[in-house]
Design a protein around this ligand. Structure first.
Ligand SMILES: Cc1cc2nc3c(=O)[nH]c(=O)nc-3n(C[C@H](O)[C@H](O)[C@H](O)COP(=O)(O)OP(=O)(O)OC[C@H]3O[C@@H](n4cnc5c(N)ncnc54)[C@H](O)[C@@H]3O)c2cc1C
Length: 426
């Protein structure tokens, strides 16, 4: 998305390794009973529409960005509905947990409130906390044991006790909302309560953006000679450059250029996305996604595409639901196909037990190798790596180029700015 936006604004070529543009922001289609997915929708719409990286909903667009997006697709707006789900008790607590304590056992809720009241007001200002120590400090032992700890154990593939807290750690918990949430619904505020999704799916948007850009697909970069300012591709061809913007993951760019940041590389985690379609179970919630602190199969989030839009399920079939189930792995620890098959069966069994699914008829897994980027506490690796690359004439941007947690809207903004920067420098 970042590269497409940069090329659209600047008119400069974007070189993409994959055969189609969009990265993980693309859909694919699977008919009931079929194993092999198709890139395009069948004319009779008889297939499930799944996404490469699981459901991608566009949050955080402001009016200016949304007006620009309007030139590429018809966007529908949806109101977010998500919960924390405790499988053992089948309890759903609306997101965010800390503002909905009235759903918990009253004793637990009052312990949680007491602990949050006692939390220091500026937890992140001193020392170099880890994600785990920050969480325990802000949410207290009760909520950390109940949800935040086990959830983050799964979500970070066990890294949460070693890595720094993510950006959001600078915003403290609002105690007045915690207290209000003990008695009544806390009104939601801000842009992130709604999200946009393009009619016809994300691929239609990626293709429309690519059509206005200069995207050269199937061009995998294998080496960059920063002295000669030349890019070498897998097919042996080369291209010289005077200005280069890169949206590749930061550690991959260091490897391609042979540059060294001289520090321990910050970690990243991968995600296995299991897409599942079938007959909707009697206890399937209306949520767009649920966060789970524990699952036998090891996943941390279950998204329900069909609760966002019925266009994700095959036309003409009643009572269908479709899911994306996410499980994190340490980088480079991709499971073998036999493990994926066993895991898929385990997920199906769990969704059946939970009553989310009655029977499955379409199932397919995708692997996102660099999905979430993290930092070691106090690390300067990210800044140093970006600086080294900038000295070599390469500007890093986008979620993975900047090694930063952000969504599509911010990635598009980054790309538009990078495109403008290329134009301004010429
Ligand atoms: C599991 C998951 C769920 C998410 N959910 C949401 C969501 O609901 N909403 C949201 O807004 N955002 C979501 N995101 C974030 C969103 O996916 C990113 O913000 C966005 O994809 C970043 O786009 P990008 O162009 O910067 O990076 P990428 O999409 O990674 O683009 C980089 C491109 O470089 C190409 N490439 C890689 N190596 C090479 C090479 N050697 N040569 C040439 N090309 C190469 C890749 O094929 C890719 O197309 C989610 C991310 C994950 C992992």
């Amino acid at each position: 998305m970042t590269g497409l936006a940069a090329s659209w604004i600047s008119g400069r070529p974007a070189f993409e390794a994959a055969p189609l543009p969009g990265g993980i922001c693309r859909c694919y289609y699977l008919r009931p009973g079929q194993a092999e997915p198709a890139r395009t929708a069948p004319e009779d719409n008889s297939a499930y529409r799944f996404e490469n990286g699981g459901g991608h909903w566009v949050f955080g667009g402001d009016r200016v960005l949304n007006a620009a997006l309007g030139g590429f697709a018809n966007w529908r707006r949806y109101r977010r509905k998500s919960s924390v789900f405790f499988p053992e008790s089948k309890l759903f607590v609306p997101y965010p947990l800390q503002y909905n304590l009235r759903y918990l056992d009253p004793t637990l809720a009052s312990w949680a409130l007491d602990e949050m009241r006692r939390a220091p007001t500026a937890p992140a200002s001193q020392g170099t906390p880890t994600m785990a120590s920050w969480m325990e400090q802000v949410f207290g032992a009760t909520l950390t044991d109940l949800f935040f700890g086990p959830f983050h154990e799964l979500y970070t593939a066990g890294l949460w006790r070693e890595i720094a807290p993510q950006d959001g750690y600078k915003s403290p918990v609002d105690l007045s909302l915690v207290e209000r949430g003990l008695r009544e619904d806390v009104p939601e505020a801000g842009y992130n309560n709604t999200f946009l999704y393009p009619e016809g799916g994300l691929s239609a948007f990626a293709d429309a953006l690519a059509a206005r850009a200069d995207v050269r697909c199937g061009m995998r970069v294998v080496r960059i000679d920063t002295a000669a300012r030349a890019i070498e591709f897998e097919d042996g061809s080369t291209v010289d450059y005077s200005q280069l913007v890169s949206t590749l993951p930061l550690h991959h760019m260091l490897a391609l250029t042979g540059l060294d940041a001289g520090e321990r590389t910050d970690p990243c985690t991968a995600v296995l996305v299991l897409n599942v379609g079938g007959v909707r179970g009697a206890d399937c919630p209306d949520d767009h996604w649920v966060y789970v602190p524990r699952s036998r199969s090891g996943f941390h989030r279950v998204g329900i595409y069909s609760n966002v839009d019925s266009g994700f399920t095959p036309a003409g079939l009643d009572n269908r639901a479709s899911f994306y189930v996410e499980r994190a792995f340490r980088a480079g620890q991709a499971p073998e196909s036999a493990e994926v098959a066993a895991y898929s069966q385990s997920v199906l069994d769990e969704l059946l037990e939970w009553g989310f699914l009655e029977s499955a008829e379409a199932i397919h897994a995708t692997w996102v190798d660099v999905a979430y980027t993290w930092s070691w506490p106090g690390s300067r690796w990210r800044e140093t790596a970006m600086e080294k690359l900038a000295e070599a004439g390469i500007l890093m941007t986008g979620r993975y180029g900047k090694w930063k947690f952000q969504g599509i809207a911010d990635s598009l903004r980054d790309g538009m700015l990078a495109g403008a920067s290329l134009l301004a420098q010429s």
